[in-house]
Ligand binder design. Sequence first.
Ligand SMILES: Cc1cc2nc3c(=O)[nH]c(=O)nc-3n(C[C@H](O)[C@H](O)[C@H](O)COP(=O)(O)O)c2cc1C
Length: 186
Amino acid sequence: MVAVMSQLVGKRITLGVTGSIAAYKAADLISQLVKYGAEVQVVMTKGATQFITPTTLQVLSRRPVGIDIWAEGTNSVPSHIEIADTTDLLLVAPLTANVMAEFAHGLAPDLLTSIYLATRGPVLLCPAMNGKMYEHPATQANLKALRSRGHAIVEPAEGMLACGYEGLGKLAPVDEIVSRVLSILG
Ligand SMILES: Cc1cc2nc3c(=O)[nH]c(=O)nc-3n(C[C@H](O)[C@H](O)[C@H](O)COP(=O)(O)O)c2cc1C
């Protein structure tokens, strides 16, 4: 018997992917969200494209990936505003220390950070980084600021990090991220 996974039919998720070594896990995350019926609009930072190709994420999400804020297409509404206005959830996984800081301070130098500022719906953030970067007071202050705005956070996990350190900072398991998405949107 094939399980029916339709909880996310009709839901539009914008998935921000940033320049972490964990960016490859976005491929599995997209596959799972699509299986639940979600429409997934992927937005990558330039940094993320160093870790996984837009082609992979485009094929899995079945739609063009947004990267360049200047590639606005033919709409009269700028794409960053249109994406923000039409999304049910802004999910960022993995979230780098850098984009976390940009979100916390309201900087909008690229497509993903501009979408964040224009978003009024729920935001789910999944940080991933080296444990020292995660525990740095600057990162913790940024996380606190984002939490105080009401954004949901999936805490990173402990384990062996790609940089060789053992500790806190691994992207949370994809299943845990999907469960949080279902609890917000399902
Ligand atoms: C091999 C490698 C792995 C990295 N992994 C991470 C990471 O997991 N988390 C993080 O915050 N930064 C990581 N960085 C640093 C970011 O890629 C760097 O801060 C970059 O400017 C982030 O760009 P973005 O935040 O716009 O995507 C890594 C860099 C390299 C070279």
